[in-house]
Design a protein around this ligand. Structure first.
Ligand SMILES: O=C(O)C(=O)C[C@]1(C(=O)O)C=C[C@@H](O)C=C1
Length: 434
């Protein structure tokens, strides 16, 4: 891990005001946010704001698409002109003020053979000029900390005790980014984060996929036969369910907030009958021994994390991008078909679709005089598709989707994680049991 400093986790920033004021370098910024934006970030996002955000994303991406075609035809074009043009559309004077990626910088990187582009090239540096502060949920040794390090090498990883706190830390300028899990190849979606993406106003600026290699940890000297309870994050318990049974550990399984926190808890309370599912790094940090190594049910166990920032990045077309949207409709089931066909007709692949209850309107009553009243569940649909918002086909697809839907928000258009696939070592045959 790049930053091994282990600050204590940030707890709720909203209700523990002393927490907020304790972070003195951020105090002024914090007050500025409260004053300049009277809409509480806890109250969710209204439809007007959502419309505005979608329009901004579409407008900004159109400007970039146009500018990129101008750049192509006039090689050596005026880079300052690009920044001015983008800034003018967004109603600000300079790109710096908006915290946008200076396009000339990213372009010059592209021409350099020695420096291949990484996800971080698309993200603006921290405004305070120091290390990038990246909020994650959990304690040091959690997989989310490793994901933060993969997304932003050399960052200052900042532990938070809940997902929501990580969102708030970025909104309150205590952190510059948040890195949060959204789905796992075995355990499925992390629904809480889908719900929070909607309730908060952060933008997805990147993704990282992290191979997750679980170990069974216990205090030194404890044998597998003594274990009466296994504790971990619910996702980790789900990812190791079959293997635990195969190892003869048909004992109580208990969910805690994060994997490394489970190891820390056992060590702090000297629990000799309890084991944790966590990383090898957590074993090292909390003085635990590894009873079994590679206990995930599938060797290609991988968790996808998204990187969140206060400002969106400017979408580009010179490398693979993904775009995440969320929408709702109020006109029956055929709308979903129409929405999906808006992508299919333009050859845009969907990589993910997720539905969550529509919190403001969970049930729709449909009266039928002959049969009675049907109760339909209402959903928010989250869709990821493989295209950049700078591409005309993506803009057209979204314009069409907007016609069918009552609510549409672009959560972010960001570079896809293209790092080579390296599954975690240790499949069913290779598990080490000590
Ligand atoms: O508990 C951790 O270590 C985490 O980082 C959380 C989390 C998750 O929420 O899915 C992250 C990766 C693994 O899938 C297991 C747990």
């Amino acid at each position: 891990m790049q930053s091994l400093s282990t600050p204590s986790p940030i707890k709720s920033l909203i209700w523990q005001r002393s927490r907020v004021t304790r972070v003195s370098p951020n105090k002024l910024v914090l007050q500025c946010i409260y004053n300049s934006d009277s809409v509480s970030f806890q109250n969710g996002v209204g439809p007007n704001r959502a419309d505005w955000q979608s329009s901004c994303a579409i407008m900004a991406s159109k400007v970039v698409a146009q500018q990129q075609s101008i750049d192509k035809s006039a090689s050596g074009g005026d880079a300052d002109g690009v920044a001015d043009h983008v800034a003018a559309v967004n109603g600000h004077k300079t790109s710096v003020e908006l915290n946008l990626v200076p396009i000339e910088k990213a372009t010059s990187k592209l021409t350099s053979k020695q420096n291949p582009l990484s996800i971080t090239d698309f993200c603006p540096p921290p405004m305070h000029g120091s290390q990038l502060r990246v909020a994650y949920q959990g304690v040091p040794g959690a997989y989310s900390e490793a994901a933060a390090g993969k997304a932003y090498p050399n960052c200052e990883a900042t532990p938070c005790d809940q997902f929501e706190v990580a969102f708030q830390a970025v909104e309150l300028w205590i952190a510059d980014r948040a890195v949060l899990p959204v789905e796992n190849s075995l355990g499925g979606s992390i629904h809480r984060n889908y719900d929070l993406l909607l309730r908060h106003r952060l933008h997805i600026v990147g993704e990282v996929q992290l191979p997750v290699h679980h170990c069974l940890l216990a205090l030194p000297g404890v044998r597998k036969e003594y274990v009466r309870r296994v504790i971990s994050h619910p996702q980790a318990l789900a990812q190791c369910e079959l293997t635990l049974t195969k190892l003869g550990l048909q004992v109580a399984r208990e969910a805690v907030d994060d994997t490394a926190g489970a190891a820390e808890y056992i060590a702090a309370n000297n629990l000799r009958d309890t084991a944790a599912i966590a990383s090898a790094r957590a074993a090292e940090l909390y003085g635990m021994q590894i009873l079994a190594d590679g206990i995930q049910d599938d060797s290609s166990n991988v968790t996808r994390f998204v990187m969140l920032a206060r400002d969106p990045i400017i979408p580009r077309t010179d490398r693979p991008f993904k775009t995440s949207i969320v929408f709702a409709h109020d006109k029956g089931t055929s709308v979903l078909f129409k929405v999906l066909s808006a992508f299919a007709f333009r050859n845009i692949s969907l990589t993910k679709i997720e539905s969550r209850p529509h919190r403001n309107r969970p049930i729709r009553l449909v009266d039928d005089a002959n049969v009675g009243t049907a109760k339909h569940f209402e959903y928010m649909f989250y869709v990821d598709f493989e295209a950049s918002m700078a591409e005309v086909r993506a803009q057209n697809a979204l314009a069409e989707v907007q016609e069918f839907t009552s609510f549409l928000r672009v959560l972010g258009s960001y570079p896809m994680d293209m790092t080579p696939w390296c599954p975690s070592i240790g499949d069913d045959d290779e598990k080490n049991l000590f």
